[in-house]
Ligand binder design. Structure first.
Ligand SMILES: *Cc1c(COP(=O)(O)O)cnc(C)c1O
Length: 366
């Protein structure tokens, strides 16, 4: 019998299908004016303070970063009323999610999550030999917490709550979160993925999960600088959790996992409330334009508290994706998640948003 070269779990994983880069679309379709509303990026650009900090740091590229990211963790601790030992920073939220799976999952362990939700949860759990228990969304496209609770058993290690969810940008409200927390045993770790926290918190129903962490140590809150702070390129995300969990997670994080430019950029962005406020304001302006247009067109959509919309266009998302590409608008087609008639469209500037709406109308009226 010949040995199998690869870790056996890899046969269950699929390579990620990335969004098309602007440059590629420009070349392929001979366009100059292309807008990319596919990856939930910040269309205002990065925090200017972060850009300045990165410029000043360039001269130190020969020096290893601080492995403990102490300055950043202290700043985060102060902001959230925690201690630095409660915080793990990662090479993007994506790495924090991988660290979580590596920290908790043995072969055969289970992790409960929604179907549909952020793909990294099931990927990272499967990679470690764990079993993703994927619970269909409710009729309102929300996490079905009743079914989550019913599926907890002795093998359950993790529960993922993507709030707001992605690609469906609705939130789970305070009472719903409280129901989950009250009905899940304390030795199950609940992961609240709050990549869109600053967008969602303007909704008064959005929970403040720090209060949960303060009472329930087996809780992890995940946030990122990629979205509202516009730092997707440098890769910084972080977990707020108990000291015990943070200590275990730190063992597998990689020594210099957050690079020097990322650390100074995040530190500066943390102080840049003005950029955050402008970003959130533009986000809801863009969402309003889209939602009003969907209402006009009679299209079903999910009310968003993130920086993207999720709309049912009633015909093949693959076709509409292609048609939009030809017209210089890049979005994410729902068929990638098994939702054939839906589109995920990131918010943009008013101009970008209007271009998307104009082209969508052109396509649907044809
Ligand atoms: C964007 C995102 C993240 C993290 O992204 P990073 O760029 O890796 O920090 C995590 N969870 C969800 C749901 C996201 O949409």
């Amino acid at each position: 019998m010949s040995k199998s070269l690869f870790r056996k779990e890899l046969s269950k994983l699929q390579p990620y299908v990335p969004g098309k880069p602007i440059e590629e679309v420009q070349k392929e379709y001979g366009l100059t004016d292309v807008v990319k509303l596919a990856s939930n990026e910040n269309q205002l650009g990065p925090s200017p303070k972060a850009v300045e900090a990165v410029k000043n740091e360039l001269k130190n590229l020969n020096i290893y970063p601080d492995a403990g990211a102490m300055e950043l963790r202290h700043a985060l601790a102060e902001k959230y009323g925690l201690e630095y030992e409660n915080i793990v920073v990662g090479n993007g939220g994506e790495q924090v999610l991988q660290i979580i799976a590596q920290t908790f999952i043995n072969t055969g362990d289970e992790a409960i999550m929604a179907d549909t939700t952020f793909g990294i949860y099931s990927n990272s759990v499967t990679h470690m030999g764990g079993i993703p228990v994927e619970i269909p969304l409710t009729k309102d496209y929300k996490h079905d917490f009743k079914a989550f609770v019913e599926n907890v058993n002795d093998k359950t290690k993790l529960i993922y709550v993507c709030n707001p969810n992605n690609p469906i940008p609705n939130i789970m409200a305070k009472e719903e979160i409280n129901y989950l927390v009250d009905n899940v045993p304390e030795d199950v770790v609940i992961v609240f993925d709050e990549a869109y926290y600053d967008f969602a918190r303007v909704n008064p129903d959005y929970p403040e999960t720090l209060e949960i962490l303060n009472k329930r140590p087996n809780t992890i809150i995940l946030r990122t600088f990629s979205k509202v702070s516009g730092l997707a390129a440098v890769r910084v995300g972080f977990a707020l959790t108990s000291k015990e969990i943070a200590t275990e997670m730190s063992k597998v994080k990689g020594v210099f996992n957050v690079n020097r430019l990322a650390q100074v950029a995040a530190l500066a962005a943390l102080e840049d409330q003005e950029h955050i406020d402008k970003t959130v304001e533009l986000n809801y302006k863009s969402l309003k334009i889209m939602e009003e247009a969907f209402d006009d067109l009679g299209l079903e959509y999910v009310k968003s508290n993130a920086n993207f919309t999720w709309v049912n266009i009633g015909i093949s998302s693959k076709d509409v994706f292609e048609e939009l590409l030809k017209r210089g608008v890049i979005i994410r087609p729902g068929h990638l998640w098994g939702w054939d008639n839906w589109l995920r469209v990131s918010t943009g500037t008013v101009e970008q948003t209007e271009k998307f709406i104009t082209e969508l109308k052109n396509i649907l009226n044809k």
